[in-house]
Ligand binder design. Structure first.
Ligand SMILES: C[S@@+](CC[C@H](N)C(=O)[O-])C[C@H]1O[C@@H](n2cnc3c(N)ncnc32)[C@H](O)[C@@H]1O
Length: 347
């Protein structure tokens, strides 16, 4: 990969939404080229700490070089954020003041012609975030039935022509490169419809399927809420409606005291709000940002704050410390609880 060229989206808005404070502890679940991470570290200095996570090992190396000046305040790990809670327990990184998800891919990955993410360059149809994953986009394309492909392209790509595209893919198989797939899509639906390239939605669908993006997001967001300390902030930037729907629904649900269906006369669910919505309306980039960085045009930022009492917090901490005891040899529960109490009182 060449030198970092990814421009962080909604940078100032993200730092404000996280309410970054000197000495705070933050997690960037989607480290990428480290653009947001650098701004968080600048703002949380002196004493700030950042845990940066990325599933892509190549990206971690780039971020490491970029964040060298902050090396004593960062911990960068090449993991999938679906394991967020286990990662925090493993590295003793909790509670936290803020957690960021800047979803999707960085320009580094999109511009890397060997990964198969782009429909503008020929490359093996891979699309895995990490080489440790087993299933590639080519595997899905060449082994799924026509009905499975149509369902996948419709569900994850919201593509109206999913059946025509799936039918043509099956006729053209084997398909092993990105431009072979583009050709099959163009044969199915023509070269260009409006401003969107005809392959856009199918490529999005495949990438989501290969990396289990929606399932992992849902799991990780729930874990993130539990890792936030008192008034900790959860900030998510999404780039398409499928991601944004998951974020919006979870934040709305977790900010309500009752989630009984309408018409139930008295509450039977016992649900209690654990989040407070900070922005009622979604935050989007200014026209100037979109002009400077067209990739930001579909970005939507949502932010919520953790509602938690000290008692509740200690209960969660006890649960965390119990798993830590199971997972990390040599960890003593009483020591961990003492650390958590000190960290909590500093929040
Ligand atoms: C939009 S980029 C982040 C850019 C970053 N905020 C910056 O300013 O440079 C998204 C990053 O998230 C990573 N990513 C996506 N899904 C992930 C997952 N489930 N676990 C860990 N990293 C993931 C991608 O590899 C990519 O590097």
């Amino acid at each position: 990969m060449s030198a970092p060229t990814h421009i962080p989206v909604l940078l100032q808005e993200t730092v404000e939404a996280l309410a970054v404070q000197p000495g705070g502890r933050y997690i960037d679940c989607t480290l990428g080229a480290g653009g947001h991470a650098a701004a968080i570290l600048d703002q949380s200095s002196p004493g700030g700490q950042l845990l940066g996570i990325d599933a892509d090992p190549e990206v971690i190396e780039i971020a490491k070089a970029r964040l060298e000046a902050h090396s004593s305040s960062i911990l960068l790990v090449n993991e999938n954020f679906v394991d967020l809670e286990a990662i925090c327990i493993k590295y003793d990184f909790l509670p936290v003041h803020g957690i960021l998800f800047d979803l999707g891919l960085s320009s580094l990955q999109l511009n890397n012609h060997s990964r198969g993410f782009s429909f503008q360059h020929d490359a093996p149809l891979d699309m895995r975030l990490s080489p440790s994953q087993e299933v590639t986009a080519a595997d899905i394309i060449n082994t799924s039935s026509e009905a499975e492909l149509a369902h996948l392209i419709k569900t994850y790509g919201e593509e109206d022509y999913s059946h025509q595209i799936a039918h043509r893919i099956v006729q053209e198989r084997p398909i092993n490169t990105s431009l072979q797939l583009v050709r099959a899509i163009e044969l199915a639906v023509g070269r260009r419809r409006g401003r969107l390239h005809p392959a856009t939605k199918t490529f999005q669908a495949l990438r989501i399927a290969v990396n289990h993006e929606l399932e992992h997001l849902e799991v990780a967001l729930k874990q993130a809420i539990n890792l936030l300390g008192y008034e900790g902030r959860l900030v998510v930037i999404s780039y398409h409606s499928l991601e944004d729907r998951i974020v919006k629904q979870l934040m709305q649900q977790e900010s309500k005291d009752c989630i009984c269906p309408p018409g139930v006369p008295t509450c039977v669910c016992g649900h209690r709000a654990c989040l407070r919505l900070i922005n009622k309306r979604v935050i989007t980039p200014s026209p100037t940002e979109v002009q400077l960085n067209p990739r930001s045009r579909s970005a939507k930022l949502r932010v919520a704050e953790r509602l938690i009492t000290q008692d509740e917090y200690y209960r969660t901490a006890e649960e965390h410390s119990f798993s830590a005891q199971l997972n990390a040899e040599g960890w003593r529960r009483s020591t961990l609880l003492k650390k958590l109490r000190i960290a909590f009182s500093m929040l």
